[in-house]
Write a protein that binds this ligand. Structure first.
Ligand SMILES: [Zn+2]
Length: 222
């Protein structure tokens, strides 16, 4: 689940449209994060690796994203949220919000945090030790074809009540990220093949294929 303050879906755009949209900002909504012209890089800049990422908190701190706590009653039905807002100019601040008292190591919460990290990778990027917005979703846009082709598989573990919004490209991408890390055996091979290089580039802790097969054999999905 997630709260996207600056999301516009770009499921059917050609390159020209997309470029035009990138530099126009997003219409409507009061918490729009506008990225300045010329500051969106064609590719995510990734900070230097300092050891493997094993925990979502490690990934978030490496990418300058805070973990904040909020009373559950102020989070709607969400188990976790990703939020980002402008700090002025092109820079943004971003946070993953967890309910007060939630244990980040509990399997369900951890899945949700990796899902929000999927949104984070999609909508903000680090550059020169600052966060900048990538308002149209870098990876949900790049992988839209395979996400659409497998959307019903990708959302099949989501609660029924969530499925209407889960088929948006950013949600499909975020679900794929969580699934690739937590339950890779659930993910269609073609989806994994399509996204693996980007997940590796993002320093996400993907289990290797042998490990994924062992998990599948043991039936030990968390
Ligand atoms: Zn979400």
């Amino acid at each position: 689940m997630g709260l996207h303050l600056s999301v516009q879906l770009v499921s059917a755009m050609n390159g020209g449209d997309l470029l035009g949209q990138l530099f126009q900002g997003v219409a409507g909504g009061e918490e729009v994060v506008r990225a300045g012209k010329g500051r969106i890089m064609p590719d995510n800049w990734v900070p230097p690796i300092k050891g493997p990422v094993r925990h979502p908190a490690d990934w978030l701190s490496r990418y300058l994203i805070e973990i904040k706590r909020r009373p559950l009653c102020l989070m709607g039905n969400a188990v976790a949220l990703f939020e980002h807002r402008s700090k002025g100019g092109t820079h943004v601040e971003a946070a993953v919000i967890l309910p007060e008292g939630a244990d980040i190591n509990a399997p369900d919460t951890r899945w949700s945090v990796w899902h929000e990290i999927g949104h984070a990778a999609d909508f903000v990027s680090t550059r020169e030790d600052c966060l900048i917005a990538t308002p149209h979703g870098l990876y949900s846009t790049a992988h839209i074809k395979v996400l659409r082709a497998y959307q019903n598989v990708i959302i099949q573990w989501s609660p029924c009540a969530d499925r209407a919004y889960k088929i948006s490209p950013p949600e499909l991408w975020a679900e794929v990220v969580a699934c690739a890390i937590c339950s890779p055996a659930w993910l269609p091979d073609e989806v994994m093949r399509a996204v693996r290089a980007d997940l590796e580039k993002l320093n996400l802790p993907l289990p290797d294929e042998a490990e994924a097969q062992i998990q599948e054999i043991e039936g030990g999905h968390e």
